[in-house]
Design a protein around this ligand. Structure first.
Ligand SMILES: Cc1cc2nc3c(=O)[nH]c(=O)nc-3n(C[C@H](O)[C@H](O)[C@H](O)COP(=O)(O)OP(=O)(O)OC[C@H]3O[C@@H](n4cnc5c(N)ncnc54)[C@H](O)[C@@H]3O)c2cc1C
Length: 505
């Protein structure tokens, strides 16, 4: 195993220092870990992991790089970062960490932003990025993806082989991060969520056992929507499809804030049941070069299998009178660039900013509520607001593939909803007051949308969650869902080892 700069002794010294300087390095809260066990764990790992595994200690460049988060709010803290080189390394790391009383957390694309991650004050971070691979089966019907593979690598490798599968839309997130919480993607109208593509997986359980599971396991239900709670997935085999359409097109319309009612009334009328080949997103954001005073509405209409979006979809929106209109065409692989979520696009960067989101699923737009949240959002992010780089996201994906899967067969609970809305409050971290302010604004906006939906229950996409939604908000309000999750948790992870990401309560 490769060990990088800061040695064992300094890791121990840091713990002692931490006890005296809790602001710099928190005093352990959930596990009584002592310096002796830290040293013993490190020795045990060094002795047992494969030659290409690596260990990085806090303060080293490798540690900083691999643990840098997309959202600097309630970040998890670790004593050591292990970078396994094999699936078996992951099992050994989990086994030994637990033996010595350390909690563990998988780090993958490091875009997880839920505040429950901050519950990890000590422990072992396991970066999966060496487990990056995509292998298409000989019959072309499935592909096996390593547990630490980035979404873009999956898309690009399959594309070269004339294949596709459902992945998250954003190039920089991992394949499995989105998938374990359900996973929304461009192709879901045809094939369902990312998790709906799983055919089998290798997973390291809390016991440290590396097990292959498939639909015959009782855990199968749980890993499709609440997977972060049950283990570390070291590889997964998923359905692969022939590429049917190479062409894709987009029309990007920009509207001023005056058009909120017209835009969302028209969206309700024309996009309430999207064709599987059409996707509609809109973002509200400040674009001072377009409107110096208020956020604009950036409205995307995307269509598969065409070189120009069909006017039957674009004309009703053009008729509203956008400030601008731009059409592009290309392939599936251009979508992330067109919508600003490619690896080099600003939203993909880890720029030291806090990025909490406050998601909720909706069935349709309540136009009066859209106006009310627009006006509040515009006031909160306008002028010299510390939140001026924020976005309000409205993602309308086609639902046919998602609804074709029996809603009771997966832990993902919200198959009947159509729209994913979320304010994303971006700001430079500046202490608790600003964090509280972001939380207040985000929840206020979300509550207006919730009231407007006429629904008491909060349906929140777990992978966009802020962290205060609770288990029902993430995994569904039906008592049987909560009971089933708790039962499986008791069976597979009775000590709640995997409980930093949206924990089952
Ligand atoms: C710019 C951006 C775009 C996004 N686009 C989409 C999208 O198109 N569709 C969508 O559904 N979501 C999307 N998301 C949300 C995304 O699903 C979550 O942020 C997700 O947690 C990111 O996973 P990650 O591996 O990149 O982050 P990480 O922080 O590394 O992982 C998040 C958590 O997932 C768990 N985890 C990760 N890998 C494994 C594994 N192999 N085994 C077990 N547990 C694991 C761990 O608990 C970890 O804490 C987007 C987020 C961002 C920031």
């Amino acid at each position: 195993m490769r060990r990088f700069p800061i040695a064992l002794l300094s890791a121990c010294s840091r713990l002692v220092l931490g006890a005296a300087q809790s602001a710099d390095f928190p005093v352990p809260v959930q596990f009584p870990i002592h310096c002796n066990s830290t040293a013993s764990l490190f020795r045990a790992l060094e002795a047992s992991l494969s030659p290409d595994a690596a260990v990085f200690y806090p303060g080293s460049e490798g540690f900083q790089t691999a643990t840098k988060r997309w959202s600097e709010l309630e970040s998890p803290m670790a004593d050591v970062l292990i970078v396994p080189a094999t699936e078996d390394d992951v099992a050994k790391t989990v086994r030994q960490a637990h033996e010595y009383g350390f909690p563990v957390l998988a780090f993958n694309g490091v875009h997880g932003s839920i505040t429950t991650l901050g519950g990890m004050k000590r422990g072992v971070a396991i970066s999966l990025r060496q487990l990056s691979s995509v292998e298409v089966a000989e019959d072309g019907k499935t592909a096996t993806i390593g547990g630490g593979t980035a979404s873009k690598f999956v898309t690009d490798t399959l594309w070269e082989a004339g294949k596709q599968t459902v992945t998250g839309t954003c190039e920089c997130v991992s394949y499995l991060g989105p998938a374990l919480g359900g996973g929304h993607g461009w192709l879901q109208g045809h094939h369902g969520l990312v998790a709906d593509q799983f055919t089998s997986m290798n997973v390291v359980l809390a016991s440290g056992e590396l097990r292959t599971i498939n639909s015959s396991s009782d855990l199968w239900w749980a890993v499709k929507g609440a997977g972060q709670n049950f283990g570390i997935v070291t590889s997964v085999t998923v359905k692969a499809y022939d590429i049917e359409h190479t062409d894709w097109a987009i029309e990007t319309l920009i509207f001023s804030g005056d058009s909120v009612e017209a835009v969302y009334e028209t969206a309700n009328k024309h996009f309430s049941d999207l064709d599987p080949s059409v996707i509609n997103w809109s973002y509200w954001l400040n674009m001072p070069e377009v409107d110096p005073d208020r956020p604009v509405i950036l409205f995307y209409i995307i269509q598969e299998g065409v070189t120009e979006v069909d006017p039957m979809y674009t004309k009703p929106f053009r008729d509203i009178g956008p400030l601008s209109c731009e059409a592009k065409s290309g392939t599936y692989r251009d979508l992330a660039t067109w919508t600003g979520i490619a690896v080099d696009s600003p939203p993909c960067q880890k720029a030291g900013l806090a990025n909490p989101r406050f998601p909720m699923y909706l069935r349709q737009y309540n136009v009066a509520a859209q106006r009310e949240v627009y006006d509040i959002f515009a006031a909160e992010v306008g002028g010299d607001s510390p939140f001026s780089a924020s976005l309000f996201m409205f993602e309308a994906y086609p639902q046919q593939g998602v609804r074709a899967v029996d809603r009771e067969t997966t832990a993902f609970a919200f198959r009947d909803d159509s729209l994913l809305a979320a304010p994303l409050l971006t700001y430079a971290p500046a202490g608790k007051e600003r964090e509280d302010e972001a939380k207040r604004i985000g929840n206020k906006l979300r509550n207006i949308l919730r009231q407007g939906s006429g629904r008491e229950e909060l349906h929140a996409y777990v992978n966009y969650a802020y962290g205060d939604e609770n288990s029902k908000g993430w995994y569904g309000h039906e008592p049987w869902r909560q009971d089933r999750l708790r039962e499986l948790k008791r069976k597979y992870d009775p000590k709640y080892r995997f409980s930093f990401y949206a924990p089952v309560a």
